[in-house]
Structure formats: structure tokens, C-alpha cells
Write a protein that binds this ligand. Structure first.
Ligand code: G
Ligand code: G
Ligand code: MN
Ligand code: NA
Length: 253
């Protein structure tokens, strides 16, 4: 059978699951929320990278259904965590085709309502490449989402080709510095300059900046010196299943 048909089947059989990676405010160490990341272990027990199957789902259109499942699952888990941690927030990755659906905002609204959650509990991660295409609809959708109290993060920032005037019009809440730059932060002058430039841009355009993929103390210290707002990465915590996340929060906070 093809990978796509196994993926479809496993989605229907609830064999996909989400893991959650904590995001913290760097200066205070305070927990801000988590990013939901999808995982798939196929029938033969093999873990398949989302880089592979998200792309496949995107090409085939399955991403619309898959993305809706992720959103609903993440908000379901968020509502559960909110019973213990009232201000809890979850970040959900949105793929291009999903975002481009005409009823995307309605879908998000319905998923929130289903859990009785306000938009303040949700952050949507949109990649730089998506947010930069389909200009007018994107601005309108961002506005509608923000009216619901949802925040928007531009994912993989620095890897695409942003128009700065357009970026300003989007009024996103956060720029996520792509992991590739954090990787090079302390080992190459160019990595450092790029991170510094994104941070300056965020400050000027009134956006928070979150660094992803923080793996070492040296990277963390550099980001603190650069006044980076927030971060996530293996140094802080790995992505975890809901139960492990719950325990991690209890120990951490
Ligand atoms: O968790 P990991 O580093 O393996 O994820 C690899 C890539 O897959 C990342 O770019 C991430 O944004 C993407 N990804 C993970 N989960 C989701 C998801 O639920 N939806 C979408 N669209 N992308 C995801
Ligand atoms: O593109 P996006 O930012 O959504 O991808 C996040 C991906 O990065 C996830 O697949 C997650 O598992 C992975 N990730 C998170 N923290 C780290 C880290 O510290 N190092 C590495 N190598 N990957 C990380
Ligand atoms: Mn992401
Ligand atoms: Na990213």
C-alpha cells in the first residue's frame, strides 16, 4: 500500500498523535504555552517524520482533514490542561492549503467553541512563505483571527522572502527565528547577525520574537543578551505526550 493510503487509514483509526513542546519567556523563565507537533508511527512501528507526511498530505489535499484533526485535538487537550492551569495556551501549525481554505476562520472558530475556549488560548503558526502569498485574503484572515483573540506567529522566519511593508500590514504577534539560525548563533558570525537582525526587526514592528531549537546554554545566554523574548528547544524541554507534559509542568512551575 502507498504511504498516502496508510496515512489516510491511520488518521481514521486515530493512530496519529500530538506531542507538545513548552515555550518559555526567556528572561523570567515563565511558561508561555506549548507548540503542538504531530507524530505518526505506522502499522509496522516505524516513526515517519512530519516533514515527509505533511508534504504528502499537502500535495494530496488530505491536509485539510488532517489539519482540522490537529486543531481539534490540540484544543481538546488544551481545555483539559486549562482545568488545572487556567491560562494555558497551545500553538498549532497551519499548513498552506489549510490556511487557504475559504472557511478556515470559521473552522477555527468552531473548534474553539466546541471546547468552550476563547481565542486567547490559541496561537496559530503560519510559515513565512504562506503568509507572504495571497496578500489580501491573508491580511483579512489575520484580522478576523485576531478579533477572536487568537495570536499569530510567523514560523520559520528568515527562511522565506518577506516584504517588510507587507509584514507590517499583517500585524502578526510573533516572529519565530528558524532553528537553522539558532544552530549557528554561537558558531558563525552570519548566524549571529541574522538572529540579531530578526530581533531588531521584531522590536521595530512591535512583534515578539521566539527562538526555536535552543539546544545549548551558550545559545540561551546569547539570546538573553540579545533580549530575545521567548524560546523553545531541547535545552528547555523536548516535545512530550500530554501526560508527560502535565508532569513536566508540575515540576517546572
Ligand atoms: O516535530 P518535527 O521537528 O519533526 O516537525 C517537523 C516539521 O513538521 C516542522 O516544520 C513542523 O512545523 C511540521 N509539523 C509538525 N506538526 C505539524 C502539524 O500539526 N501541522 C503542520 N502543518 N505541520 C506540522
Ligand atoms: O518548523 P517548526 O518550527 O514547526 O518545527 C519545529 C520542529 O523542531 C519540531 O519538529 C520539533 O520536534 C523540532 N525541535 C524542537 N526543538 C528542537 C531542538 O532543540 N533541536 C532540534 N534539532 N529540533 C527541535
Ligand atoms: Mn512550528
Ligand atoms: Na520553524
Amino acid at each position: 500500500v502507498s504511504m498516502l493510503s496508510s496515512l489516510k487509514q491511520d488518521l481514521d483509526r486515530h493512530r496519529l498523535y500530538l506531542v507538545y513542546q513548552p515555550q518559555i519567556h526567556l528572561q523570567s523563565g515563565q511558561l508561555i504555552g506549548v507548540e503542538a507537533l504531530i507524530r505518526w508511527v505506522d502499522e509496522s512501528g516505524q516513526m515517519i517524520s512530519p516533514v515527509v507526511f505533511i508534504e504528502l498530505a499537502e500535495q494530496s489535499g488530505l491536509i485539510v482533514k488532517l489539519g482540522e484533526w490537529v486543531l481539534r485535538r490540540a484544543l481538546y487537550d488544551c481545555a483539559e490542561l486549562c482545568r488545572v492551569h487556567p491560562g494555558f495556551r497551545v500553538g498549532v501549525n497551519v499548513s498552506p492549503l489549510q490556511f487557504q481554505q475559504a472557511d478556515f476562520v470559521a473552522q477555527v472558530k468552531a473548534a474553539l467553541a466546541e471546547q468552550g475556549l476563547e481565542g486567547q488560548h490559541l496561537d496559530l503558526e503560519i510559515t513565512e512563505s504562506v503568509s507572504m502569498s495571497y496578500a489580501e485574503e491573508t491580511v483579512e484572515k489575520f484580522n478576523a483571527l485576531r478579533e477572536l483573540g487568537i495570536t499569530i506567529s510567523i514560523d520559520d522566519f528568515g527562511t522565506g522572502f518577506s516584504s517588510l511593508s507587507y509584514l507590517e500590514k499583517l500585524h502578526a504577534d510573533c516572529l519565530k527565528i528558524d532553528r537553522s539560525f539558532v544552530d549557528k548563533l554561537t558558531t558563525s558570525a552570519s548566524g549571529y547577525r541574522i538572529a540579531q537582525t530578526i530581533l531588531t526587526l521584531g522590536q521595530r514592528l512591535n512583534m515578539r520574537v521566539l527562538a526555536e531549537g535552543i539546544e545549548t546554554d551558550a545559545q540561551l545566554n546569547e539570546l538573553l543578551k540579545l533580549n530575545c523574548d521567548a524560546g523553545q528547544g531541547y535545552l528547555i524541554a523536548r516535545p512530550m505526550k500530554l501526560d508527560a507534559l502535565n508532569e513536566w509542568i508540575q515540576v517546572y512551575t
